[in-house]
Structure formats: C-alpha cells, structure tokens
Design a protein around this ligand. Structure first.
Ligand code: SF4
Length: 256
C-alpha cells in the first residue's frame, strides 16, 4: 500500500546526473539526519535532522528543505525517461535515509518504473530496514569497522544493529554491494579488512566489496556547520587499499 502523499521529509541535496551512486546515470536524493557521527564524515551538513544555516566567507546558505513525498516523486518522475534510457534510476543517500524510512517509502511508492538504490550505513531497527529493503532494487551498505569498541569510538555507535541488518540483507535477493571507506590507520588496517572479508565470506550470499578512497576534502565543510573536524589519524598517509585479503576469502573487491 502506498504511503501517504503528504508525508514529509527533509532533503538537503538532490544531485542530478550522478554516475558514482549506482548503475547508470542517477538522481541522488540526500536525506537529512544521521544517528552516526563518523569522525571522517564528508557530509557533515547531513548529520542534523533539522534544516540549518551554513556560515562561510561566501555567505550564509540554508541546508535542508521539507518536501512532501508526492512533490519529490513528481520531480523524480519528470526525469524518468532520461534515467531509464541511461540504465540508471534514483538513489537515496544521506545522512542516513533509514532515519526517514517512512518518507522514503512513500516516495518510492510513487515512482514510475525507476530503479531504486538505498545507500545506507545500515544503522536502524530491523523492522525499518526490512520494510525499505522490500522496496528497493539495490543496496549500497557501508561497513566501517568490525570491532564494536573501535566502531563506537570512531562513529559514536555500536555496530551490532549494522551487522544484524547486513545479515538480513545477505538473506534477501536484493542486489547489494558492501562499501568500505578507507580511513588511514582506522578502517584500512589489515585486521579490519580481514575481518570484513571474513564476515562477507560467512554469509549465504557473499557480497562484492568496494573500497572507497579516503576523502581528504572532508574537513572543509565542518566549520560552516559549526562542527569541529579533528581527525585522530595521519591524513597524509596513503590508505591501504589491499584487495588481496578479500581474494583470499573468494570475495570480489575493487577500489572505486
Ligand atoms: S554514516 Fe555517513 S552520513 Fe552518517 S556520520 Fe557516517 S559518514 Fe556521515
């Protein structure tokens, strides 16, 4: 059943002609709000669930707009022909789209034959995750740290809900890719990459793994949203993008 057309959500960006957010050419919707506080987050303006004003020397910029599901779906459907012809579709990213799962669901229910991808940290209760999983064609599942204590230290949250939802994803038929942000000395350690490879290998359906190069520009936006960027790692050190550990476990991995 379609969610209500007047269901509203807060979106902080809509990127058209995106080529790195899933198959083909896509429109990516960035949902505001994230329960995690990854120390390397490159979208700090997506963390607060509320609209906010960013301050910079170039002037103030309001970030976050409340939209109805019907209005957002109509905008996305207007691009439907181009997106379908390009083998693409719509991607929901953030922030954490699962935080506004009901809104995302109501939008998806109104899309006209568009391929839908969910780009998620996986941090949500199981019911929400299952409901949205049933509505999408593909999932990008970001996996950061397998050690629960390190995960809490660097993201502010335990990883048990994430690993539980990854298990649920592995039991589904939904196309999925595990994505690992490579943070030098934090997520790119041999121990963490091996733990991720081992976990991916353990599932009924092994996942492909994409390793995401470290984004050195991440810190640039923090001041504008009143946050402090204080990396506790050496940003100048090249991240370890070793895919051989995945090969050892029969997992297809690549640097994207
Ligand atoms: S999960 Fe993504 S949006 Fe949320 S804090 Fe981490 S990097 Fe940022």
């Amino acid at each position: 059943m379609a969610g209500p057309a007047d269901q509203t959500g807060i979106v902080f960006d809509i990127k058209e002609f995106a080529v790195f957010d899933g198959p083909g050419i896509r429109t990516t919707v960035f949902l505001k709000g994230c329960p995690l506080r990854c120390a390397w987050c490159h979208n700090p303006e997506g963390i607060s669930p509320e609209p906010e004003v960013l301050h910079s020397p170039a002037g103030d910029r309001r970030v976050g707009e409340r939209l109805t599901a019907a209005a957002l779906a109509a905008r996305l459907n207007r691009q439907g022909g181009i997106l379908r012809d390009a083998g693409g579709g719509v991607s929901f990213s953030g922030g954490e789209p699962l935080l506004q799962a009901e809104f995302v669901e109501a939008v998806i229910d109104r899309l006209d034959r568009l391929h839908v991808l969910l780009d998620t940290s996986g941090y949500a209760d199981e019911t929400r995750f299952r409901r949205l999983l049933a509505k999408v064609d593909m999932v990008f599942f970001d996996l950061k740290l397998m050690d629960p204590d390190l995960h809490e230290r660097y993201t502010g949250c335990r990883n048990e809900p994430i690993l539980r939802n990854l298990q649920i994803l592995s039991q589904s038929e939904c196309a999925a890719v595990v994505r690992v942000p490579l943070v030098p000395g934090v997520t790119d350690t041999a121990a963490n990459l091996e733990a991720i490879a081992r976990a991916c290998h353990s599932f009924r359906r092994p996942f492909r793994v994409d390793l995401l190069p470290y984004n050195r520009a991440a810190g640039g936006k923090y001041g504008a949203c009143g946050r402090r960027f204080s990396p506790g790692w050496d940003e100048s050190r090249p991240a370890n993008a070793d895919t051989t550990v995945f090969a050892r476990f029969g997992i297809e991995a690549r640097v994207v």
